[in-house]
Write a protein that binds this ligand. Structure first.
Ligand code: AHG
Ligand code: MN
Ligand code: MN
Ligand code: MN
Length: 332
């Protein structure tokens, strides 16, 4: 059965998506089209990022988003590009974006999907030429088509995701995604304008020796988290923290390690957002054999209450996340 044969490294993303679709006999191709729309927007954003030193696109936009952060110009540009691609593609009825307080209705009333997106992750790193990203999460709408998507369509737990992924704009640009059947990574070849399969069936190491956390706020961690951090150091782990979640996550996914952003005095629920940061990466890490937890429960089982809610997160290699959970349970 040629459909079941793994595609070779070097297959284009478009071909890979089409072949995967053939594996689902009743698939209509709408999810495939949606993934291609995201890849197209990613190429456009990649172009803007690469030119950002030359055109007037770096720096602050002069506005704050709903999280009280200063928006960067590229936050705004990436948000516009992704929303436009999803609206034009027609498969998505409603979008949640980090950069918009309310749900965005695309007007595609027949669209079967809802997307949550962090259009530009790590935006404090734009001006200093450090890797940044995009994170997305895809749900099937629950309400009937023919009208706008609802809050209930948007506030589904992570276990309902049908696909999730990220783009990393780094030393090379990559798109990594899952549809619940393993994780595959594609590297962008800019001279051809195509993503090619470069990292088939990514499995994350069961354990690792890297910890990634903003240690500057460790004085305000809860005692259990402080104890876990101390243990990482006593075991001689390496500290690696870029400050772009996508880049920190991507490194640990490939090499093994743990990323955590716990509750702090400044951010009592942690800083990262459940719908478009924690859940999509949780789906990917689980599909790659890793784990994601709030410290006390599986990230993907949290019942979301608000579009922009935050949650503490411990994510990465299975053994390391379980050890953090164990210490937290012990201190409770
Ligand atoms: P965003 O740029 O989408 O607002 O996300 C910023 C996030 C994440 O990328 C990063 O890991 C984290 O903020 C860094 O926070 P600290 O500066 O508090 O460490
Ligand atoms: Mn932001
Ligand atoms: Mn982010
Ligand atoms: Mn962002």
């Amino acid at each position: 059965d040629h459909n079941k044969l793994a595609l070779p490294v070097g297959a284009t993303l478009d071909r890979f998506i089409m072949r995967k679709q053939e594996d689902f006999p009743y698939a209509t191709g709408e999810l495939s089209q949606l993934l291609r729309d995201i890849a197209l927007a990613a190429k456009i954003v990649n172009r803007e990022i690469n030119r950002s030193g030359l055109i007037d696109i770096a720096g602050a936009y002069g506005n704050q988003n709903v999280q009280g952060e200063d928006q960067q110009k590229l936050d705004v540009v990436a948000n516009i590009r992704f929303i436009r691609a999803l609206r034009n593609g027609g498969e998505v009825c409603t979008i949640i974006s980090e950069e918009d307080e309310e749900m965005i209705q695309t007007g595609n009333l027949q669209g079967k999907y809802v997307v949550a997106i962090d259009p530009l992750d790590g935006s404090s790193n734009i001006d200093v030429n450090v890797s940044i990203g995009t994170i997305f999460s895809i749900y099937r709408r629950m309400s009937p088509t023919g009208r706008d998507g609802t809050a209930a369509d948007c506030l589904q737990p992570g276990t309902h995701q049908v696909a999730a992924g990220y783009v990393i704009y780094g030393s090379s640009t990559m798109m990594v995604y899952t549809t619940g059947n393993g994780v595959n990574g594609f590297t962008y070849e800019p001279s051809l304008g195509e993503f090619f399969l470069s990292h088939p069936d990514i499995q994350t190491p069961t354990t690792g020796t890297v910890y990634s956390v903003n240690e500057g706020s460790s004085a305000t961690f809860e005692p259990a988290v402080g104890a876990y951090l101390q243990q990482c150091k006593e075991q001689g782990f390496s500290a690696r923290y870029i400050g772009s979640l996508v880049a920190d996550f991507h490194r640990n996914l490939l090499k093994g390690g743990i990323y955590f952003y716990p509750a702090t005095t400044k951010s009592p629920n942690g800083k990262l957002r459940l719908m478009y940061e924690c859940n999509p990466l949780a789906f990917i890490v689980e599909q790659a054999g890793g784990k994601s937890s709030s410290g006390t429960r599986r990230t993907m089982e949290i019942e979301p209450q608000a579009l922009h809610e935050r949650c503490p997160v411990f994510i990465g290699s299975k053994d390391l996340v379980e050890e953090a959970e164990r210490l937290i349970a012990q201190h409770a």
